[in-house]
Design a binder for this molecule. Structure first.
Ligand code: ASP
Length: 321
């Protein structure tokens, strides 16, 4: 009994010594999507504020492909020492069902640090796409759906999930085009090489305001302050169509609790940094509230979202493999 107590005390002391020195060198945050896209932007803004607070450089490494699972696997395999972290979103929870042979068990692979934001999605098209409203879009697509291309960031991405919900809701089967992230999707949409996409407003607000793409709806319950003329999907005719993309910061399982705690404190403070608040607002999203930016809520969200999407994906019979 005494031995156990002593051992526990030693582990705690070692843990707090590690945490005291942490971070002693630059931290890498893996973003499993292309540079310049929405997850990347959210990650860079968050990392910038956290870096100021931690007094250490944070490097973003973009590892896109396979709906985020390649970059995620890289973090799962990394040393659990607080120097390799992941920022990703709802795609972590959908991939758990979409990919039947993932090299990790999503529910058990992480020491979650906290949620960052719930990003709205927008349903968009190239600027010269004929329909001007969602009401015009749906009949227009009937009979043309196979010819209509919709870009996403691979099976398991938020854009894929949004497109899948749109198609099941409208009973249309569009031709999906996978990319390594939605930054290249946006390039091709602006260049009119593809017809449609559904992407986080964090990536689409600028091009919508600049009329480089056409927007049909936002997937949140309320309209966005930054795009007040854009109707919600529900208002525009897709009743009950709602999707907000939660993003979170995760460390690999086994990361010392004292380091998780330090990162969690830095994340919560970063989400109150006026610079971050202003940047998030300019890309149509809000920082997560302090009570939800915690390791416990991130852990619960990941598990409950895996359980929430599993039956929907199984019913759709859509697998990545
Ligand atoms: N928006 C992408 C997605 O659909 C990811 C990205 O490029 O940030 O998941």
């Amino acid at each position: 009994m005494r031995r156990v107590t002593l051992a526990a005390a030693l582990v705690m002391a070692a843990g707090s010594a590690v945490a005291q020195d942490y971070p002693a060198r630059p931290i890498t945050i893996v973003v499993p999507a292309a540079a310049g896209g929405p997850t990347d932007t959210i990650s860079r803004v968050t990392a910038q504020s956290m870096s100021k607070l931690l007094g250490q450089q944070i490097v973003i490494e973009n590892v896109g492909g396979a709906g985020g699972t390649i970059g995620t696997a890289r973090v799962v395999r990394a040393a659990p020492d607080g120097y390799t972290l992941l920022i990703y979103h709802v795609g972590l929870s959908t991939a758990a069902t979409l990919y039947r042979q993932l090299p990790y068990d999503t529910k058990a692979a992480f020491a979650p640090i906290g949620l960052i934001t719930d990003a709205p999605m927008t349903i968009i098209a190239r600027s010269d796409f004929e329909p001007n409203t969602l009401k015009e879009l749906i009949p227009y697509l009937q009979g043309r759906s196979a010819k209509t291309t919709i870009g996403n960031a691979g099976v398991g991405s938020a854009a894929h999930l949004c497109g899948m919900l749109f198609m099941s809701e409208t009973k249309l089967q569009l031709t999906t085009v996978p990319y390594r992230g939605t930054a290249p999707v946006m390039n091709d949409l602006v260049g009119k090489q593809i017809d449609m996409s559904c992407d986080q407003a964090t990536n689409t607000t600028g091009p919508i305001l600049g009329k480089q793409v056409k927007a049909y709806a936002v997937t949140t319950r309320a309209r966005l302050k930054s795009l007040p003329d854009l109707p919600t999907a529900d208002e525009a005719g897709l009743k009950g169509f709602e999707l907000a993309v939660w993003h979170g910061l995760f460390a690999p399982k086994g990361t010392p609790p004292a380091i998780v705690q330090k990162l969690s404190t830095a994340l919560k403070a970063a989400l109150q940094d006026p610079e971050l608040v202003q940047r998030f607002s300019s890309i149509s999203t809000d920082p997560m509230t302090q009570d939800r930016a915690t390791p416990e809520v991130a852990e619960r969200t990941l598990a409950s979202e895996i359980d929430r999407w599993a039956p929907i994906i199984k019913a759709a019979g859509q697998y990545a493999d």
